[in-house]
Design a protein around this ligand. Structure first.
Ligand SMILES: [Zn+2]
Length: 318
C-alpha cells in the first residue's frame, strides 16, 4: 500500500488542531478539540489518539497509508526525543513522550518542534523564501515566543531551546517572570505581563484610577477596547508597551542583524498601538548600521502556517 498522507498536529494551550495532508502539502481534512490540560497528559494522549483515528476513518485512510506525523508543542520540548519537558500553561505535565506514544500507535516516524519554530518554518517556506534570509519572528500572546531563521534553517541551540527572546532582561530587579528571573521582556509586554502591569497600576490608587476602573478586566483586549474609543491612558499604556518591546528588540537586532522582524500572535490587533513607539525606539537606539533597510511587520498567523510547518518537519525528516 502506498504511503501518501501526513498527520499534522498543533498543540495549543486552549485548543489542539489537527490536519490530514497529502504529499503536495494540501490540507484534505481538519479537526480540533479543547486541549483541557488540567485533565492531565494521559487523558490528553487518549483524546489525541481518538481524533487522529477519526481523521483517518472519516477519510477512509488506513494507518499503513501514513508516511509520518508532525507535531508542534509549546516548549521547552526536547525536539529529538519528542518529549515535552514541562510547560507553564500545562500544570502537572512533565516529560510527556509524544514521539514514543505516536510512533507506537501509528507505526510511522513522528517529528517534533517548538510551536513558534513550526509556525516560522511554515511562514518561511510559504511566504518568505527568496525575499528574506535573516528573519526574527515573535509571537505575542499569553507569553512571548520567538524564533530566528537563517536561510530557511531554524536556530535551535544545544537543547533546542534557542530563541527565548521573551526572557531578555529589560529592567533590572523588575517584574517577576514565569522563568524564575525578573524584569524579562515577557513580564512586561505579553498578555500575562500586561496583566501584571495593570495590577500594579490598580494597587497604586494615585495612578490612572479612571483608566483602570473603565477596563472590563485586566487584559490587553480590554485595553485595546478603550484605545479604540480614543482613551488616552489606554493608548499611552500601549505606547509604553511598545517602548519595552523596543528595548528588547534592540538587543535582538544588535545580536542577529536580521533583514525582517515579524510580530504576531494573540495580541495582533493591539500591535497597531504598540509598534509605532517600538519602531521609534529602535531607530533611535539600535546600532544604526543594522536598522537601515530593516523591515518590521505585523503578521496575522493563520492555522495553515502551523500545519504547513508540521508537514515540512515530516517531509524533511523522512
Ligand atoms: Zn523570564
Amino acid at each position: 500500500m502506498k504511503k501518501k498522507y501526513i498527520v499534522c498536529i498543533d498543540l495549543g494551550g486552549n485548543t489542539t488542531k489537527l490536519a490530514l495532508m497529502n504529499l503536495n502539502g494540501k490540507i484534505l481534512c481538519k479537526d480540533h478539540f479543547l486541549t483541557m490540560s488540567k485533565l492531565g497528559s494521559d487523558r490528553y494522549l487518549k483524546t489525541l489518539e481518538d481524533h487522529i483515528d477519526l481523521l483517518l476513518v472519516s477519510n477512509k485512510i488506513k494507518k499503513k497509508e501514513l508516511i509520518g506525523i508532525g507535531m508542534g508543542s509549546p516548549g521547552p520540548i526536547d525536539i529529538n526525543k519528542g518529549i515535552m519537558l514541562y510547560s507553564a500553561n500545562f500544570p502537572g505535565w512533565k516529560n510527556v513522550n509524544f514521539k514514543l506514544f505516536l510512533e507506537n500507535k501509528y507505526e510511522v516516524p513522528a517529528f517534533f518542534e517548538n510551536d513558534v519554530n513550526m509556525v516560522g518554518l511554515g511562514e518561511y517556506y510559504l511566504n518568505l523564501q527568496g525575499k528574506y534570509r535573516h528573519i526574527i519572528i515573535l509571537t505575542l500572546g499569553t507569553g512571548l515566543g520567538g524564533t530566528y531563521i537563517e536561510n530557511g534553517k531554524i536556530l535551535h541551540g544545544r537543547n533546542g531551546f534557542a530563541g527565548e527572546f521573551g526572557h531578555i532582561q529589560i529592567v533590572e530587579k523588575g517584574i517577576p517572570c514565569g522563568c524564575g528571573s525578573n524584569g524579562c521582556l515577557e513580564a512586561y509586554i505579553s498578555a500575562s505581563g500586561i496583566k501584571k502591569r495593570l495590577q500594579k497600576l490598580k494597587a497604586n490608587k494615585k495612578t490612572n484610577t479612571e483608566f483602570i476602573l473603565r477596563l472590563d478586566d485586566l487584559t490587553p483586549k480590554s485595553v485595546y477596547k478603550l484605545a479604540e474609543e480614543g482613551n488616552g491612558y489606554a493608548i499611552s499604556f500601549f505606547r509604553d508597551t511598545g517602548y519595552y518591546l523596543g528595548i528588547g528588540l534592540k538587543t535582538i537586532i544588535n545580536i542577529f542583524n536580521p533583514d525582517l522582524i515579524l510580530i504576531g500572535g494573540g495580541m495582533f490587533r493591539s500591535l497597531k498601538y504598540i509598534l509605532p513607539s517600538t519602531k521609534k525606539y529602535i531607530k533611535e537606539n539600535a546600532f544604526f548600521v543594522m536598522v537601515k533597510d530593516l523591515e518590521i511587520k505585523k503578521i496575522n498567523f493563520s492555522e495553515k502556517l502551523a500545519f504547513y510547518g508540521a508537514f515540512l518537519l515530516v517531509k524533511n525528516g523522512i
